[in-house]
Design a protein around this ligand. Structure first.
Ligand code: G5P
Ligand code: MG
Length: 224
């Protein structure tokens, strides 16, 4: 018999993955999804999907995204609330949200976070990585030449559709995104540190930090 309390416990992961642009949030998230079956909510992927479909939100967001600025809080908060409601109580991992103190406080009021995975990767490593990044825009699947190459060059492994490079991966835009991260998003980490829910993972490669993240998430799920 499945007890109610075990159902509640099994759905207790309310996690955020945070880190500079290109630090590996999407890459680590896909490993967490594969190993732990949580729902992955990436605001960047959702916004790129809106841009591709030329929705009202996509039209408003694209100019901010292309120049490496954050999309205004009021546009993004409703999008995330909608996505969280849509997972219907399942464990979830937020990727790319929150990025400002206002977003973090609004989220904590409505949907309290209980674990923050903080990726710390040197900026010079990041700049090199994003130069080699290729993405499948419809799914958000991400590749990197020399790290996780697609099986067929220039094609998505699952659909065979063409891969593209992100407009905001141009070097001057990456520099701006990294600066905005330090100014606007690092204070969010300090906010979560005051709540005592941050775990730092530092390293130059995803393969180096992944075993530590996997262990931490497994222990968190077992203990909650
Ligand atoms: P996004 O889409 O959230 P960013 O800037 O936070 O964008 P990004 O660029 O998606 O983050 P990531 O997910 O942290 O990076 O990194 P990734 O894609 O997994 O890895 C980067 C590359 O390195 C990939 O090619 C990967 O294969 C490779 N890689 C990973 N690990 C290794 C490794 O160990 N070695 C090597 N060689 N390669 C590796 O947001 C985009 C925009 O949307 C708006 C903003 O305008 C933002 O700029 N936005 C928001 N605006 C306001 N509020 C929000 N909450 C917003 N969310 C999004
Ligand atoms: Mg990403």
């Amino acid at each position: 018999m499945v007890r109610i309390s075990s159902i509640v416990r099994a759905a207790a992961l309310r996690a955020v993955i945070i880190g500079a642009p290109g630090s590996g949030k999407g890459t680590v998230s896909s490993r967490i999804v594969k190993d732990f079956g949580v729902s992955h909510i990436s605001t960047g992927d959702k916004l790129r999907d809106h841009v591709t479909r030329a929705t009202d939100l996509g039209k408003q967001a694209s100019k901010f995204m292309n120049e490496g600025s954050l999309v205004p809080d009021e546009l993004i908060i409703d999008l995330v609330a909608h996505e969280i409601n849509a997972v219907n109580g399942a464990n979830y991992l937020l990727d790319g949200f929150p990025r400002t103190i206002e977003q973090a406080k609004k989220l904590q009021d409505k949907f309290p976070v209980n674990l923050v995975l903080n990726l710390i990767v040197p900026h010079e490593v990041i700049i090199e990585r994003v130069r080699n990044r290729w993405v499948h825009l419809p799914s958000g699947r991400v590749y990197n030449i020399g790290f996780n190459d697609p099986k067929v060059q220039g094609k998505d492994d699952v659909t065979g559709e063409p891969l593209s490079q992100r407009i905001d991966d141009r070097p001057e835009v990456v520099a701006k995104r990294l600066k905005n991260y330090s100014l606007q998003t690092e204070p969010v980490i300090n906010y979560y540190k005051t709540l005592g829910i941050v775990e730092d993972f530092k390293g130059n490669t995803t393969n180096e930090i992944w075993p530590k993240i996997k262990k931490h998430v497994a222990e968190f799920i077992a203990a909650n």
